[in-house]
Write a protein that binds this ligand. Structure first.
Ligand code: HPA
Length: 275
């Protein structure tokens, strides 16, 4: 089966079960694991049931697709994502994003946990993603172009939609949640970066670093979806503080920020339908 046939297969599987039309899609990263409780869920489908869907192997990343409402906005939410470092190739990593687009979602909100490279950031900050650096990742569009989805050489000069950025700034104000802004860089992972790498990334213009999101954003832009992103800065990147990095710290900070992050995402998704 080629990639388009795999996508059609997954789409058929979901469409046989529901006619739900999502307007917005959201990928719930670390710190939003409990977000399902905010949604009026119409249907939950475990990834493992969906043909061709990659299944997450990481602790703390539940794998299911949620179809439901946030306010009046019909939302396709991915509770848990798969990462490149788990061994999937990038085409597989972005397959769920493409399914979101094929189901009709016009807007994609990407969330993640990230290390802070910008020295003015603090653990627990939320960062509006304004641009990204994909240079260390294989491109998810590599291979025969899927002409049904988008062009061979898609423009990436405005990956993160300017109007959505404005919606998010306003939502943050409404919620009273302070918001940093910056450029997100994706590494293949799974090891954290070295201090020398972090200095290099800073000189490249990166403000935050993580192991997801960028390839998903490229696949979504390829399809013409409008993309937005928010990082939860769970830790300062390697070498900034005199302490080693660990997954437990990432999870603990993400858990602390969950209430603010949830409120912000609720406000954004509610407002997206009105905009
Ligand atoms: N580096 C890479 N990925 C991450 C980090 C980090 O410091 N924190 C959370 N995800």
């Amino acid at each position: 089966m080629n990639e388009m046939e795999k996508l059609q297969d997954a789409l058929r599987f979901v469409r046989e079960r529901t006619g739900f039309q999502p307007q917005a899609a959201v990928i719930l990263g670390s710190g939003l694991g409990g977000y399902a409780s905010q949604m009026k869920i119409e249907m939950a489908i475990p990834y493992r049931d969906i043909p061709g869907f990659p299944v997450s192997t990481v602790a703390g990343h539940n794998g299911q697709l949620l179809l439901g409402y946030v306010g009046n906005t019909p939302v396709f939410a991915m509770q848990g994502r798969v990462h490149y470092y788990e061994g999937y190739d990038v085409t597989e990593v972005v397959r769920p994003v493409r399914l979101m687009g094929l189901m009709g979602a016009k807007v994609l909100l990407l969330t993640n946990a990230a290390g802070g490279i910008n020295l003015s950031f603090h653990p627990g900050d939320l960062m509006l993603i304004t641009d990204q650096i994909s240079s260390l990742m294989p491109n998810p569009l590599r291979g025969k172009n899927l002409d049904e989805l988008g062009p061979r050489f898609p423009d990436m000069s405005a990956v993160y939609d300017k109007e959505l950025q404005a919606v998010i700034r306003k939502a943050a104000e409404t919620c009273g949640v302070p918001l940093q802004e910056g450029v997100y860089l994706q590494t293949p992972g799974p090891s954290y970066e070295s201090p020398a790498e972090i200095r290099m990334f800073r000189s490249w213009g990166a403000d935050a670093v993580g192991m997801s999101t960028v390839v998903e954003a490229i696949a979504a832009r390829h399809m013409g979806m409008r993309v937005a992103g928010i990082s939860c800065i769970t830790n300062m990147a390697a070498g900034i503080l005199d302490q080693p990095l660990c997954h437990e710290e990432v999870q603990a900070t993400a858990a602390k920020v969950e209430t603010a992050f949830t409120a912000l995402v609720n406000e954004i998704l509610t407002k997206i339908t009105e905009g």
